[in-house]
Design a protein around this ligand. Structure first.
Ligand code: APR
Ligand code: PHB
Length: 390
C-alpha cells in the first residue's frame, strides 16, 4: 500500500489530522490498534478551547459540538469555604470555552471519516515505523499472520503516551522531561443534574475536588485520592460523602447524588518529549506530551500540534514549501510548554501535597490570596484556560 501520510493512532489527534488532510486531498492512512467502539469507550475530559472548536469546524466536524456543547463564560474556584468566579469572557475580551465530552467529539470525528470514506484500519497489531530517517519511510502492521507494508512520505505518531512511535526514536535522539504527582484523581460519571451550571475546582484540606458535567443530565465529579487507593476503596456512598466534605456547604447541600455509571482512578503526570520530530516522523498529542487534567489542557495541547502539522503538510504538498515542517517541533513545543506550565501551576495551587513543608503550604495559600486580590492574576489564569494563541 502507498500513501502520502501514514498516521499511527485513532484518538482525537490522529483522527482530526486525517480528516483535515483528506479534505485538502492529501492522501493518508490511519492505523488504530483497537476497534472504534473500544476507542469510544474511553471517558476523557470535556473542556474545549476556542482554537480546538475552530479546528473541528474547519474539519467539518463541528455541527453536533456546536448544537450539543455548552458555551461556558467562566468557572469557580472554591477555597476556604467560599466560591470565587473566574470571569473568562470578561477577562479575555470575550473568549469562552466549550464543554463537550471528548467521547462525543471522537465519535463525530469517526463519523466524519466514515462519511468521507477515510482509510482507517482498526485492530492492527504490531505497528512498526521503518526507515524513519530516510526519504522513503514505511509502516508495517500484522493482520493475522500477514505483515502489511504501507509506504509513505511522512509518519505521524499520534498513538498516545503508550504508543510505539516515541519509543521508536533512539534514546540518544530524544530528551524526556517528567513529573509524577503523589496522588491520583478518582472520577465518577452519574446520570444526575450537575450541581453547578459552571465548573467548580475546589481546594480543600482533605484534598482537591472538581464538579464538571457532560450535559444537564450527566455529571462528572473528581476527588484527589492517594495513589495507593483503588476503586474498591470507594463505593458510591463513600465517594459522595467525601465529595460533599470538600465543597462549600451551599454547594454540598445542592449536590444530587446517584449511582456511578463509570468510576476510575487516573494517575497525574507532566511529561514532554523533545524534539517532536525524528527524520520524517512527527509526534503529536499524547505521544509527545501529557499534562495533569487540572487545567483541561490535554486535548487542547494536541490541537495546536495538529494545527501546525496540518498547515505544514499543506505548504509542503501544495506549495513545495517545507519551512512549516522544519519549524514544527520548535513551534509546537513552545506552546506545549506553556500548557505544561499552566497545568503544573494550577495542580500545585489546588491539590494537597503530603510532603509539602509549612513554607510550601504558605506559598500555596498566598498564591490563592494573590489570585483573588488581583484582576491581572485572574486574567493570566483566564487567558491560559481559554487557550493561548496557536
Ligand atoms: N498502534 C496503533 N494504534 C495505537 C498504538 C499502536 N502501537 N498505540 C496506541 N494506539 C492508539 C490508541 O489505541 C489510541 O486510540 O493511539 C490512540 C492514541 O489516542 P490518545 O491516547 O487519545 O491520544 P491523542 O489522540 O493524542 O489524544 C489526546 O486524549 O488521553 C487524552 O488527555 C488526552 O485529551 C487528550 C487526548
Ligand atoms: C471533565 O469534565 O472531565 C474535566 C473538566 C475540567 C478538567 C478536567 C476534567 O480540568
Amino acid at each position: 500500500m502507498k500513501t502520502q501520510v501514514g498516521i499511527i493512532g485513532g484518538g482525537p489527534s490522529g483522527l482530526l489530522l486525517s480528516q483535515l488532510l483528506d479534505l485538502k486531498g492529501i492522501d493518508n492512512v490511519l492505523l488504530e490498534k483497537h476497534s472504534r467502539d473500544y476507542v469510544l469507550g474511553r471517558i476523557r475530559a470535556g473542556v474545549l478551547e476556542h482554537g480546538f472548536a475552530a479546528l473541528m469546524r474547519e474539519a467539518e466536524c463541528g455541527e453536533r459540538m456546536d448544537t450539543e456543547g455548552e458555551i461556558h463564560d467562566g468557572f469557580f474556584i472554591a477555597h476556604d469555604g467560599i466560591k470565587d468566579r473566574i470571569d473568562l469572557k470578561g477577562l479575555t475580551g470575550g473568549n469562552t470555552v466549550l464543554v463537550y465530552g471528548q467521547t462525543e467529539l471522537t465519535r463525530d470525528l469517526y463519523d466524519a471519516r466514515a462519511r468521507m470514506g477515510g482509510n482507517i484500519i482498526h485492530n492492527v497489531a504490531d505497528v512498526q515505523p521503518h526507515d524513519i530517517t530516510s526519504n522513503a519511510p514505511f509502516l508495517t502492521y500484522r493482520d493475522g499472520n500477514e505483515v502489511i507494508r504501507i509506504d509513505c512520505d511522512y509518519i505521524i505518531g499520534a498513538d498516545g503516551f503508550h504508543g510505539v512511535s516515541r519509543k521508536s526514536i533512539p534514546k540518544d535522539s530524544i530528551r524526556e522531561y517528567e513529573r509524577v504527582y503523589p496522588f491520583g484523581w478518582l472520577g465518577v460519571l452519574s446520570r444526575t443534574k450537575p450541581v453547578s451550571p459552571e465548573l467548580i475546582y475546589a481546594k480543600h484540606a482533605r484534598g482537591f475536588a472538581l464538579c464538571s458535567l457532560r450535559s444537564q443530565v450527566l455529571s462528572r465529579y473528581y476527588i484527589q485520592v492517594p495513589l495507593t487507593d483503588t476503586i474498591k476503596d470507594w463505593p458510591d456512598d463513600r465517594f459522595w460523602v467525601e465529595l460533599k466534605r470538600r465543597l462549600p456547604s451551599d454547594v454540598a447541600a445542592n449536590l444530587i447524588t446517584g449511582p456511578s455509571i463509570e468510576k476510575s482512578i487516573a494517575p497525574l503526570r507532566s511529561f514532554v518529549a523533545e524534539p517532536m520530530r525524528y527524520g520524517n516522523m512527527f509526534l503529536a498529542g499524547d505521544a509527545a506530551h501529557i499534562v495533569p487534567p487540572t487545567g483541561a489542557r490535554g486535548l487542547n495541547s494536541a490541537a495546536s500540534d495538529i494545527y501546525y502539522l496540518y498547515h505544514a503538510m499543506l505548504d509542503h504538498y501544495k506549495n513545495g514549501d517545507d519551512t512549516g515542517l522544519a519549524a514544527y517541533s520548535d513551534k509546537a513545543l513552545a506552546r506545549v510548554w506553556k500548557g505544561q506550565r499552566f497545568s503544573w501551576w494550577l495542580t500545585n495551587l489546588l491539590h494537597q501535597f503530603p510532603d509539602n513543608s509549612d513554607f510550601d503550604n504558605h506559598m500555596q495559600q498566598t498564591d490563592m490570596d494573590y489570585l483573588f486580590t488581583s484582576e491581572m492574576a485572574q486574567a493570566s489564569l483566564a487567558e491560559n484556560y481559554v487557550g493561548l494563541p496557536f
